[in-house]
Write a protein that binds this ligand. Structure first.
Ligand code: AMP
Ligand code: MG
Length: 428
């Protein structure tokens, strides 16, 4: 018996993954790259691949936290009182004169507290009398302004655990433990390829019929913001053979970003060409706007993202999928942009079924929360609105749109602010 074939939905209409599921797919397929030796001068922004141990006690002995006088607490429990100065101790000195009852030593910040003394009087609370003795103007408790031996670190302790993100403070801590070189996770090597017959290279002569290739540079900057210097492969035309040549080169990198040509138009050859080169695609549509036609694939040693050609879509998809991948490869645990909750100053339209990422500016309100104002028409070609955005406001998939006054999550597009989970929730 002949059966009618099941009617199949055209590919571009059938459902894609949710943003959360697509992010989980990306993160689940990525493990940090190996470790390499990095000089302290280049360590900022990297992630420690192994713990670092303290090599000495800090402070190495009880030291003064203030410029002032080292005294015996029982001598200064009542004020005013007068003490005789018997020593003058600078940071780095080793004091030899013990402090007896009725005596004190002038002491500088960071200098060792002499034997016999057990508290510090700040210089502001003292006066030098004509005979050279020191008047203490106020009563002082025991152990005031003393930094205790080993209170910051003890030799042999883990000073910095593995997987520590290296901030300027951590660089200081590296120097404290004398780590001139460290083991850090390697940064991914990233290639960027633009695709489309209509694209005009940055340095090509002006042609009114062409579209300037902005994606290569916006993506370049997004990658650079992660401390990674990408390689721009240029523009591949919409010809499968030429495209295959470029893609083959790009697949030699840890991460290949391709923009344009990823949809289902007759000139969109990126996905089938990648598959012909052995790339396994894990998804190629995500229920989001802008950015529906976004694909993610892997090879034995690399990762490929096919980003939509529209400039804003390309950048928004980078934020959701490429950024966490680059950070995971580099050993970070905080993979996603930090989010805040903001109150909309104007309505944000949305069609249900897809998460909508709305470009917004943010201001602090007098109530102490954030106010988010959508920028422009929210067209996916409006790169200037993206350029002015402080954040991406997330309208959940199930929402039919938000009203002025409604609260929503905003991903902050500011440098250095990341968190472990995307926080988009089940509905995203
Ligand atoms: P596509 O995804 O190839 O269908 O492209 C969608 C839209 O994005 C088209 O209007 C393209 O001209 C534009 N586009 C594609 N690639 C780029 C690029 N590298 N820079 C700027 N616009 C682009
Ligand atoms: Mg195209």
């Amino acid at each position: 018996m002949n059966r009618m074939p099941e009617p199949t939905k055209p590919e571009h209409l059938s459902g894609g993954l949710s943003v959360s599921a697509a992010q989980a797919c990306v993160v689940g397929k990525i493990t940090p790259l190996g470790a390499e030796d990095v000089a302290i001068e280049r360590a900022l922004g990297r992630v420690l691949a192994a713990p670092l141990y303290a090599t000495r006690d800090l402070p190495p002995y009880d030291v003064s936290a203030m410029d002032g006088y080292a005294v015996r607490a029982e001598d200064v429990s009542a004020a005013p009182t007068t003490l005789q100065m018997v020593d003058d101790i600078k940071a780095g000195d080793i004091p030899h004169t013990p402090i007896a009852t009725g005596q004190c030593a002038r002491i500088m910040t960071g200098a060792p507290v002499p034997h016999g003394a057990n508290t510090i009087v700040r210089v502001e609370d003292t006066r030098v009398l004509a005979d050279g003795s020191i008047e203490i103007a106020i009563p002082v408790e025991a152990a005031a302004d003393i930094r205790v031996h080993g209170e910051n670190m003890r030799a042999g302790d883990v000073a910095l655990p593995g997987d520590t993100e290296i901030s300027p403070g951590v660089v200081g801590a590296l120097a404290t433990v004398k780590a001139a070189r460290i083991k850090a996770y390697r940064l991914p090597r990233v290639a960027i390829l633009a695709n489309g017959d209509e694209l005009e290279a940055l340095t090509a002569p002006f042609d009114a019929a062409k579209i300037p290739d902005s994606n290569s540079y916006a993506l370049m900057a997004q990658v650079q913001a992660q401390g990674i210097e990408p390689v721009l492969l240029g523009i591949a035309r919409d010809k499968p053979d030429e495209l295959a040549e470029y893609l083959r080169r790009g697949l030699e990198f840890d991460v290949l970003l391709v923009s344009g040509g990823t949809s289902v138009g007759v000139h969109d050859h990126v996905r089938p060409t990648l598959e012909s080169l052995g790339v396994v695609l894990h998804f190629y549509r995500v229920e989001m706007r802008p950015g529906h036609p976004v694909a993610f694939g892997t090879t034995a040693g690399g990762t490929v993202f096919c980003l939509p050609g529209n400039p804003v879509s390309s950048m928004v998809c980078f934020e959701q999928f490429v950024l966490p991948a680059l950070r995971a490869l580099s050993g970070h645990r905080t993979l996603f942009r930090r989010t805040v909750t903001a109150r909309l100053t104007q309505p944000a339209k949305s069609r249900p079924g897809r998460v909508e990422f709305v470009r917004v500016t943010l201001t602090h309100t007098e109530r102490g929360d954030y106010a988010a104002t959508p920028l422009g028409k929210q067209s996916s070609g409006d790169l200037l609105a993206m350029a002015r955005a402080d954040g991406l406001l997330v309208v959940p998939a199930e929402s039919k749109g938000l009203a002025a006054g409604d609260r929503a999550l905003v991903q902050l597009l500011e440098p250095g602010a990341f968190q472990e989970n995307a926080g988009l929730g089940e509905g995203a």
